[in-house]
Design a protein around this ligand. Sequence first.
Ligand SMILES: [Zn+2]
Length: 359
Amino acid sequence: MYMPSIIELPETISELSDEGKALFNRFFDIRGSIGKMVIPEEMKPWIEKTFGGVASVEQQKIIKIFNKVTFESAMFNELRAKRPIEAKTDDSVTKEINESAGDPFCKPLSMTPADSFGRIKGKFCITASNVAKYDGLHGLVIFNKHNPLDFTEKEVQDYFHTSLKWFDKAHKSNKEAAYPFLLWNCLWRAAASIIHGHFQLVLGEGKHYAEAEEYNETRKRYYNEYKSDYFFDFYKLHELIGLGLERKNLRVFTNIAPRKDKEITIISEKPDNNFISAVYKAANCLVKDFGVMSFNIGIIFPPLNKDEGWEDFPVIARIVDRGKLSNKTVDVGGMEMYARSNVIETDPYKVFEKIKSYF
Ligand SMILES: [Zn+2]
């Protein structure tokens, strides 16, 4: 079956209606370029073995995608984007996870602090207070299961419902703290210092976290200019190029300027069970279909108070692969850190092809 590729994006856009093109051009600037080189004879056998041919290496196609609204950008190289994906689990990692059982999170009642407002017990998890906090209110949802890669939808639903209760209690303990963010750093490539499965919950005071504030400013600016909803239009353009799906109040897409590899975005009006189910599906898809073992999930919730200027702000979840656990090289380098340009391996079309089969 024919599947479009990110490398052919300029052709895909040229086939859109005028209206579609105009919407796309509001957000993105796409540029293709060819990287050329001369390969010495002695090097050719290695090139053949590694890339399957010399010609495609001597002249390699690169697509640069620039989001004009948010100044996010991504670069795709045909050589990488066309590589087949192997969903292989790393046995040495499974062994390492199993050997770390019996850590402090396996005994949360005696080995983790409680919040001043107490603990919340879910069916498959319990909350704790983070021992070294990012912010005044910083809690944990500790899964009963040690292995973070072993999760079912029922469990994930419970982790989320417990998180929502924690946000509510934390907010009641300090009314100024009203800006919720949920993160799941799964294993060490994603910056988790503890192997045992856990969410982290932070509740900002006075202001939302920077990404949320930026989203809100962007959506206001966008509305003033186009009298249209930023989140809906951003989703819509991805749907037009075959990278988005909509179910009731839920929108799922693979951003063409992702933060990092295999990113999936989910936007919903509310953090209801359908939304949680979609987050579960996205995580499950990365783990089962792509062999991802380390990922970040970040979820921005609208403020818990009736803060002016945040009306109709949605819930936004993004999930991203952080690379192989056995790989010593980190996936974020100088380009990402200081050029705001993300070098991406996997074609978003390949990711979307898989995630859409779950809906
Ligand atoms: Zn444990």
